[in-house]
Each structure stands twice: as structure tokens, then as C-alpha cells.
Design a protein around this ligand. Structure first.
Ligand code: DAH
Length: 348
């Protein structure tokens, strides 16, 4: 080997090392290249050994070429090693990563309570018949809940209402409304006829919880006041709404009854939806299920709101929403509506 051959083999090795290092993918490969190009059997060592046979004037140039090769290839290897070890560390971290995220719980979407659904559906039925919707307060005065509705003080019909009184103002003058009928009075006080309005809401009674009674429940009240309203309009309206809510095979029936604020008064029932009228245990073998009360507005009620009973007439009705829902969905205990048991509520 002479100087020219030594320089060209160092240059060729340097080019080869650069090419190999550019394509390297792991640390072990970098180390192998280092052995091949700088190690005991590399071109570096063979050139180094050959120097002693060179002409003395060629030796410094050969030494310089060896130094240049060592530092160039050494720097390339260092750079590759740094790149590989950073990349490999990142790869190991990625490989050994522990997934500590907890499996998510799917968010369940709620929906309206069954009673609210029933109320909205009935509101839709009445709005379809041309009625408006009104609401009144749950804490009422004796005047709205009783007096204006023709329940004089001491009247026996008051005792039927199992009133819960509120400890405010004069004794027994403030109460939790026992029915939605006081809203009739508020609507008539605030407006002139014609009135076609329904009044849904929560009512309270001093009742013990059983399958059909709860101390808090919901009613829908209806009131129509116009010129020439008759009992036929009342019956026709109740028939129309029960058919559109329960289906056309269901009929409404009226039996004479008594309420101080209507005259004449009736209670209305619908064909038992369980036996379709043939008689079963739910309807006590009568074929009918009682829904609520109704009647023609008593002239005394018109007088207490300043309407002239000679020029207007009207009818009213009221029924319980829980009862409607129990009948329609076969819920045997009213308590289910207030227990907040998600297993029950989810079904509707
Ligand atoms: N308010 C009565 C009750 O709670 C139900 C009722 C009966 C309402 C006759 C009426 C009616 O509007 O005309 O038991």
C-alpha cells in the first residue's frame, strides 16, 4: 500500500460508513458499524500499520488522513448513537406504557317522569279541543279553595277534603290546596268569558298512603264559561277527551253526585280498559273505572267572581293524573310514582 492507496481506502470507508449510518435503525447496528470502521480489523488499523513502510516524507500526510478519518467517522457514529438511544428510549417507554385509564361509565340520559308525560299528553289533547292552560299557587287561602267555590264555613263537604293547613296568618285561613278547583276562581277573576281552560297541578290531602291514595298527587281541572253552555257540551267534551286519550273503544259514563261548586254534579267513569267492560277485579266487576267529578258551574260561584249567572253558563270537571296513569299503564300502587325508584321510572 502506498500513500495514494491509503488515502483512497480511507475515503471509500468513510463514504461507506456514512451511507450505512444513514440507514441504521437500532443501537446494536451502530455499534457493529463502529467495530467495522474503527475497530481492530478496520481500515484504520491496516493503514496505521502500513505507515511504517511508507517513504518518510509520506508519513505525515498518511497520519493526517488517519486522524481526519477517525474524527469524521467517530463524529458520525456518535451522532447516530445519540439519535438511536433517544429513539429507542422513546420506543421502550411507549412499549412499556401502562394504561391506567378507568373504563368510562356511559352517561345515561334521563327523561320526563311518567306523571309529567301523562300531563303533557292530556294537555295536548285539550289544546287540540281548543282549550288554554292556566296554573295557580299550591299554597292557597280558604277563600279560593273553599268559600268562593260555595263551601260555606262549617259546610260538611269541607270535612271530605282532609285539608292540610299552613301556619301563616289567621288560623285555618292558609292551606295547601286540596284540589285544582281554586284555579277556576283565579282564572274567572282575571278574565272575562268566554273561557275554555284546563288547569293542571299538584294538590295535597291529609291522607294515609295506600294503593290509590297519596297525601300529594296531581289533578287536571277544566273550566268552560260562555253563553249557552249546556250539560250536553260537558258530556261531549269528556267523551271526546277520554276517547282520544284511551282510544275509541272506551266510553264515558256519568252518575249523579254532589259538589258544592257545581249543580247538577256528576262523577264520570270510563269503560274498564282491563276487561273492556265485562267486569274484572280492577273495576270491582262493574266494568267501569271512576275518573273524576264534573258538573254545571253553580250560580253562587259565578257570583263570587262577579259574573252574571243570567248571561253566562258553564261547566267544570276535575280528575286525578295518577289515577289516569295507573289505569293506562297498569300501575297497581300509587306509591310507585313518588318512590323515585329508577327501575320503575325507566320503564316509561
Ligand atoms: N275538585 C274535586 C275534587 O278534588 C273534583 C271536581 C269535581 C272538580 C267536580 C270539578 C268539578 O271541577 O266540577 O275532588
Amino acid at each position: 500500500m502506498n500513500l495514494a492507496e491509503a488515502i483512497s481506502s480511507l475515503e471509500a470507508a468513510s463514504v461507506a460508513a456514512r451511507e450505512l449510518l444513514a440507514a441504521v435503525t437500532n443501537l446494536a447496528a451502530v455499534e457493529e458499524i463502529e467495530r467495522d470502521f474503527l475497530g481492530k480489523r478496520s481500515v484504520l488499523v491496516s493503514v496505521n500499520e502500513a505507515i511504517k513502510d511508507f517513504a518518510p516524507e509520506d508519513r505525515p500526510a498518511a497520519g493526517k488522513a488517519i486522524g481526519a478519518y477517525r474524527s469524521e467517522v467517530g463524529a458520525l457514529i456518535e451522532a447516530a448513537r445519540d439519535g438511536m438511544s433517544a429513539g429507542e428510549a422513546a420506543a421502550r417507554i411507549e412499549r412499556e406504557r401502562l394504561d391506567l385509564t378507568i373504563g368510562g361509565r356511559p352517561q345515561e340520559r334521563g327523561h320526563l317522569h311518567l306523571i309529567t308525560q301523562v300531563q303533557r299528553e292530556l294537555e295536548d289533547v285539550f289544546v287540540g279541543l281548543g282549550f288554554q292552560i292556566a296554573e295557580g299557587p299550591e299554597v292557597e287561602t280558604d277563600w279560593y279553595n273553599f268559600e268562593a267555590l260555595n263551601f260555606p264555613p262549617g259546610h260538611p263537604a269541607r270535612a271530605m277534603q282532609d285539608t292540610l293547613y299552613v301556619d301563616l296568618g289567621e288560623q285555618e285561613q292558609v292551606l295547601l290546596r286540596t284540589h285544582t278547583s281554586p284555579v277556576q276562581v283565579r282564572v274567572m277573576e282575571s278574565r272575562k268569558p268566554p273561557i275554555y281552560t284546563i288547569m293542571p297541578g299538584r294538590v295535597y290531602r291529609r291522607d294515609t298512603l295506600d294503593a290509590r291514595h297519596s297525601p300529594v298527587f296531581h289533578q287536571i281541572e277544566g273550566l268552560v264559561v260562555d253563553e249557552g253552555i249546556t250539560l250536553g257540551d260537558l258530556f261531549g267534551t269528556i267523551d271526546a277527551f277520554t276517547r282520544s286519550y284511551f282510544g275509541s273503544s272506551i266510553k264515558a259514563r256519568f252518575l249523579p253526585s254532589y259538589f258544592p261548586f257545581t249543580e247538577p254534579s256528576a262523577e264520570f267513569s270510563v269503560t274498564c280498559i282491563f276487561c273492556e267492560g265485562s267486569g274484572c277485579t280492577v273495576c270491582s266487576r262493574t266494568g267501569w273505572i271512576e275518573l273524576g267529578g264534573c258538573g254545571m258551574v253553580d250560580p253562587n260561584v259565578f257570583k263570587s267572581v262577579g259574573y252574571d249567572p243570567e248571561t253566562v253558563s258553564g261547566f267544570a270537571f276535575g280528575f286525578g293524573l295518577e289515577r289516569m296513569a295507573q289505569i293506562r299503564f297498569g300501575v297497581d300502587h300509587v306509591k310507585a310514582f313518588f318512590d323515585d325508584d329508577i327501575r320503575f321510572l325507566k320503564q316509561f
